[in-house]
Design a protein around this ligand. Structure first.
Ligand code: IPD
Ligand code: CA
Ligand code: CA
Length: 266
């Protein structure tokens, strides 16, 4: 598997931030037992990881823009390129000592994602993709699952919680989907959810109210593994609308139909 110079820069940045998160994750596990808990410590770990990534990426390409979850967007002098980064996706898992979180780094060129990296430092799983070059988990080429019907499928989703999302709408979506599928999963990291679709572990995934940094790298992984994604309007503006439904061509279509079924009348 040959990686471009740019993808190498992204991988190095993600690995370096991952190392820092790994160290802090060990500490979080100790802090769990304290009364105050690891909340502030985790915010610092998140900021530290973003600084590591931003410094690495901007050192390699000083003119590119940078959009990260933590802090103000940096507008680059090069209007065509922008990094889109979530330094820690799966913060709640991290905070609770659950080893399911990731660094997500994407490169946008003229409004299109052309490279993506998702790295879970707790499992050492590095997902990479370049437009037209395929998707990989470490050195293994990825392909979305080939199941054609929802009744055989395991489907990932996001679940709204206190202060987040539309609970009533989600319950309707869940009610419709859970009656049609072999299993439902909620990982707690949208970047990993998408990587799992790319790797054929999940047959499909849907979520709403996401941000561009949650999805940018993962959408390319799915696409380069042969999968399809749309937003809830059937278009491909996922990064703008914040909603996504994905899978192979059969599951994506079927899942979209079920997720968007109207609320049954009494
Ligand atoms: C969150 C995760 C989670 C999703 C949330 C995101 P964060 O990102 O991706 O799976 O359900 O909507 O905000 O806050 O852990 O970076
Ligand atoms: Ca996130
Ligand atoms: Ca985050």
């Amino acid at each position: 598997m040959a990686r471009s110079a740019l993808l190498n820069v992204m991988v190095q940045a993600a690995l370096k931030a991952g190392k820092s998160l790994s160290r802090d994750f060990g500490e979080v596990q100790n802090l769990q037992v304290s009364v105050k808990g690891p909340g502030d410590f985790v915010s610092q770990a998140d900021l530290k990881a973003q600084k590591i990534i931003r410094d690495e990426l901007l050192k390699a390409r000083p003119t590119y823009g940078f959009l990260g979850e933590e802090g103000e967007e940096i507008k680059g002098t090069d209007g065509a390129h922008r990094w889109i980064v979530d330094p820690l996706d799966g913060t709640t898992n991290f905070l609770h000592g659950i080893p399911m979180f990731a660094v997500s780094v994407a490169l946008e060129r003229n409004g299109e994602i052309v490279a993506g990296v998702v790295f879970n430092p707790a499992t050492d799983e590095l997902y990479t993709a370049e437009r037209g070059g395929g998707a990989f988990l470490n050195d293994r080429r990825l392909r979305v699952a080939s199941r054609r019907v929802l009744s055989d499928s395991v489907i990932g989703c996001g679940v709204p919680h206190l202060g987040r999302g539309n609970h009533g709408k989600f319950l309707v979506e869940l009610r419709h989907v859970m009656g049609e599928v072999a299993g439902m999963r909620r990982l707690g990291s949208a970047a990993l959810d998408l990587a799992y679709v790319a790797a054929g572990r999940f047959d499909g995934f849907w979520e709403t109210d996401l941000s561009a940094w949650d999805m940018a790298a993962g959408i390319l992984l799915v696409r380069e593994a042969g999968g399809f994604s749309s937003d809830f309007h059937g278009g491909t503006d996922m990064l703008v609308t914040g909603s996504i439904i994905c899978g192979n061509e059969h599951i994506q279509k079927a899942l979209a139909e079920v997720v968007k079924r109207p609320i049954p009348s009494k």
